[in-house]
Design a protein around this ligand. Structure first.
Ligand code: MTE
Ligand code: CO
Length: 426
């Protein structure tokens, strides 16, 4: 490599130009702009210890864990939100992940009465109420129904909920990390309801978990018969205890609270149950102080995961990968735009292919950073044509006192030194 970039402005104009610029760009970071290193690099020129003896045998790790250099890619909590550890919340490290699938081991958890240990042998699922035949299934029974595999995101209704009154938490993990995206394998709920025979007056179901909180929620029959899954696998393996082992409900595109873990009972009724979780909680406070009920769908939303407060730019000027996540509970994301100047100019980002409807999308925007401050935002548009709103637009309707369903555009202020902060712009 002898060429040096002479004009950063031509980065990315052609594919060859971009590749050349990228290699030189990393050299710039290493050598402080002086071009390629002149001294030999021992990591290239010397046989390293790991190439001088055997590595671990295959029996060293029957079940693999991330390598020790990646131990910071973990769930984290916000101490003031987590007064009681058994009724608590932690956050997915979305800032450090790429692609779209969330490994179960770092998918956020939300428990109202702690994660319980329920074995497959002790597992029962009852369907009762307005059905022809009340049924009780064992885990083995469930395994004999036709099953499907689909990727879906689960977003807690409270995700970004701490940001209503002002920019508060420093990091996409904390502002947007009550979300995960997994490939679920399970039985269409419709098949189990058909097995029991829903009576004509049956318009709603109540779903309940086996934990002490039970987390009861009413779901309209139309959704129950549409795309819900009674799932027992996530990302190919059994659900983790904290995600509802051995069986959880998957309610694609709808708020995470309805995705009942340790699912034990489904009652068919002719009206909603008005449970604690859908009256005192999970309603939306409006600007006039009234509460809006039955807001189940998670509207289109996106966030830049890197750069962001936990992912400062460390490589100096030149090529910069701006990336993030976008999702919509109403279907798919058709477009994500990114701005580096607080919304004065927008650029269409590249969307990676999506796995399923109502799943996370990954976007990339390949930028050439000149080292000046950025007000970084992303804005998602979904398959219904809905465009993610600004914070001001959302507040005009919802005021400042809401908790749930905050899908506004997020701003990161990236400073010249590469560090980023959560801010609001008006
Ligand atoms: N189901 C039961 N049985 N108990 C619970 O506490 N929490 C709900 C939902 N299902 C909960 C539950 C909430 S509020 C959310 S956001 C999701 O589960 C969280 O799922 P996760 O812990 O797998 O991320
Ligand atoms: Co929740």
């Amino acid at each position: 490599m002898t060429e040096k970039p002479t004009d950063t402005a031509d980065f990315g104009t052609t594919r060859r130009g971009f590749l050349r610029a990228s290699v030189a760009g990393s050299a710039l970071a290493v050598t402080g702009g002086a071009g390629m290193a002149q001294t030999p690099d021992p990591l290239i020129t010397t046989v390293q210890p790991w190439a001088q003896s055997f590595g671990d045998g295959v029996d060293a790790t029957p079940y693999g864990l991330p390598i020790r250099f990646e131990t910071d890619v973990v769930r984290r909590n916000v101490p003031w939100l987590t007064a009681d550890v058994t009724s608590s919340i932690n956050f997915t490290p979305i800032h450090a992940l790429d692609g779209t699938i969330t490994p179960q081991g770092c998918g956020f958890e939300r428990h109202h009465s702690g994660a319980i240990e329920l074995s497959k042998d002790d597992y029962r699922l009852m369907i009762n109420g307005l059905v022809d035949t009340p049924l009780v299934f064992t885990y083995a029974d469930l395994e004999r129904f036709p099953r499907e595999s689909r990727v879906h995101f689960l977003e807690c209704a409270a995700n970004t909920g701490m940001e209503w009154a002002g920019a508060q938490l420093n990091g996409s993990q904390f502002t947007h990390g009550m979300i995960h995206n997994m490939e679920y394998t399970g039985i269409p709920l419709r098949l189990l309801l058909e097995e029991a025979g829903v009576q004509p007056e049956g318009k709603w179901i109540l779903v309940e978990g086996a934990d002490a909180s039970s987390n009861g929620r009413s779901i309209p029959m139309e959704k129950a018969l549409d795309d819900c899954l009674v799932a027992f696998k996530a990302n190919g393996e059994a659900l983790r205890k904290e995600h509802g082992y051995p069986v959880r409900l998957v309610v694609p595109g709808w708020e995470g609270n309805m995705w009942v873990k340790w699912l034990r009972r489904i009652e068919v009724g002719d009206q909603p149950w008005e449970t604690r979780e859908e009256t005192s909680k999970y309603t939306d406070t409006m600007a006039d102080g009234s509460a809006r009920k039955w807001t189940w769908v998670m509207d289109a939303k996106s966030v830049v995961t890197s750069p962001s407060p936990q992912m400062p730019i460390k490589h100096g000027t030149g090529p910069l990968v701006i990336t993030g996540l976008a999702w919509s509970g109403r279907g798919s994301i058709t477009r994500v735009d990114v701005t580096v100047d607080g919304g004065k100019t927008w650029h269409e980002a590249r969307l990676a292919p999506q796995a399923s409807d109502k799943a996370l999308h990954r976007f990339y925007f390949d930028h050439v950073w000149d080292g000046s401050e950025m007000l970084l935002q992303s804005r998602a548009t979904d398959s219904t044509g809905y465009v993610q709103p600004t914070k001001a637009a959302l507040r005009a309707i919802r005021g400042l006192n809401s908790v749930y369903h905050n899908n506004c555009i997020q701003t990161w202020w990236v400073k010249s030194n590469g560090e980023a902060e959560n801010v609001e712009i008006s």
